[in-house]
Ligand binder design. Structure first.
Ligand code: HEM
Length: 417
């Protein structure tokens, strides 16, 4: 038996080379924490891009690992449903439902109502505010001494941005991070000891937001924050509690871990590929393309899942009605039939935008432009201040097969001159 808990890149490579295909359980979360998942995905992509795994802690599931097959599943949303859940596991903290785990037509209506919050005109309004927040954070960082980038920059910045999006009381903003962590990790968040406690706490989240919402309704609020948009629209004004909470959680979680880990991942990637950091210093106009490339390289969400709503013949395999089908974005983004030298960060990569980190099709990430804007502004401002954000120790990675990211990244800042 392969010891996933102690896997290294080397032991995983040996296991991947010798095991039967069905033995490769890429859903094991220790693989991600130990950054040892790569050789398993490589073998699956090469030999079995649509592969059945009969046994895992989540039960049997299909792994989809090539770029092409992932897009095909996403495009076929009638036969590959997002209900009941888009994570490989079925457990969950909140008694809630949100449009990411709904099918058409309900999905389409709900998405259409909340999407104005990320419309280009609204993003232009948000950019100035976001830049001010970025400047404030960067100007208050210690220069020349070690600190944890995840905590001081990635978490702080995403939390402030979320508060902006909801027009949430600024001094209470740490509640947003807390609720996001509880919603996604339950007891593992360290805030609560059981899922039950987590559910109770999310009821407090619901109550807090309902009070804010009521204020916005009564004030006939003109704002473009998310709550005002929901309150103004007759389609969403009287949403049932579970849906209201579900959509809130979707926006809190959707915009939190993902952006947070792209911020940390970018710093790590530029340190692993110093020639690319040098290229950036010489040409700041590469920042927008670099942002797409960082999102490809990092792949902040490792997978999304679908469930077959009928028997389907797919790439020569028989997927049965009810089977779990897991699209591993983390693998699709390293597919060398699409991306040349895929493990390398190349900030001027021509087709960086073809990555699948935002998914594809009707569920393609609603916040993708907002996320890109946040990262662009951040790197513009970093480049104005620091010559090098130097990684000075090993990163600590999150133990999850869903959120692909970091809990610690020790860095030292070097000023421009
Ligand atoms: C780099 C940052 C981000 C990444 C990598 C990311 C990734 C994803 C992915 C993979 C999906 C599912 C796509 C699919 O099933 O095809 C998704 C959906 C979604 N994301 Fe993001 N996301 C990011 C940032 C954000 C932000 C900032 C927001 C906040 C506005 C957001 C809101 C959403 C929403 C509402 C959905 C559901 C869309 C639907 O089901 O129609 N995301 N995201």
């Amino acid at each position: 038996m392969f010891d996933y808990r102690r896997a290294t890149r080397e032991s995983a490579a040996e296991f991947a080379a010798t095991a039967e295909l069905e033995q490769l359980d890429v859903s094991n979360h220790f693989l991600f924490q130990r950054d040892a998942h790569w050789p398993l995905f490589e073998r699956l992509r090469r030999e079995a891009p649509v592969n059945f795994h009969p046994e895992s802690r989540y039960g049997p599931y299909w792994s989809i690992t090539s770029h092409r097959a992932i897009k095909e599943i996403e495009a076929d949303h009638h036969r590959f449903s997002s209900e009941p859940n888009i994570g490989i596991g079925d457990a969950g903290g909140a008694e809630s439902s949100s449009f990411i785990s709904m099918d058409s037509p309900k999905h389409d209506t709900q998405r259409a109502t909340v999407s104005p919050v990320v419309a280009p005109s609204n993003l232009a309004n948000l950019e100035t505010l976001i830049r001010t927040r970025v400047e404030d954070i960067l100007d208050n960082l210690p220069v020349g001494e070690e600190f944890n980038w995840v905590e001081r920059v990635s978490i702080e910045l995403t939390t402030r941005m979320l508060a902006t999006l909801f027009d949430f009381p600024f001094e209470e903003r740490s509640k947003l991070t807390r609720w996001s962590d509880i919603g996604i990790m339950g007891p593992k968040s360290g805030y609560v000891s059981t899922w039950e406690e987590g559910r109770e706490e999310l009821q407090q989240c619901l109550a807090y937001f309902k009070a804010l919402y009521k204020e916005r309704l009564e004030a006939d609020h003109e704002g473009f924050d998310l709550l005002s948009l929901l309150a103004r629209n007759p389609e969403t004004r009287d949403m049932p509690d579970t849906e209201f909470l579900g959509n809130l959680m979707l926006l809190i979680v959707g915009g939190n871990d993902t952006t947070r880990n792209s911020i940390s991942g970018g710093v790590l990637a530029l340190n692993q590929f110093p020639d690319q950091y040098e290229k950036l210093r010489g040409n700041l106009s590469l920042i927008p393309n670099m942002v797409a490339e960082i999102i490809r390289w990092q792949t902040p969400l490792a997978h999304m899942r679908r469930t077959a709503s009928e028997d389907v013949e797919f790439h020569g395999q028989k997927i049965r009605k009810g089977d779990k089908v897991v699209m591993w974005y983390v693998s699709g983004n390293r597919d060398d039939s699409v991306f040349e030298n895929p493990d390398k960060l190349m900030i001027d990569r021509k087709n960086a935008r073809q990555h699948v980190s935002f998914g594809f099709g009707i569920h393609r990430c609603m916040g993708n432009r907002l996320a890109e804007m946040q990262l662009r502004v951040l790197w513009e401002e970093i480049s104005q201040r620091f010559r090098h954000v130097e990684v000075v120790g090993e990163p600590e990675r999150v133990t999850s097969n869903f959120v692909k990211g970091y809990s610690r990244l020790p860095v030292v800042l070097h000023p421009l001159s």
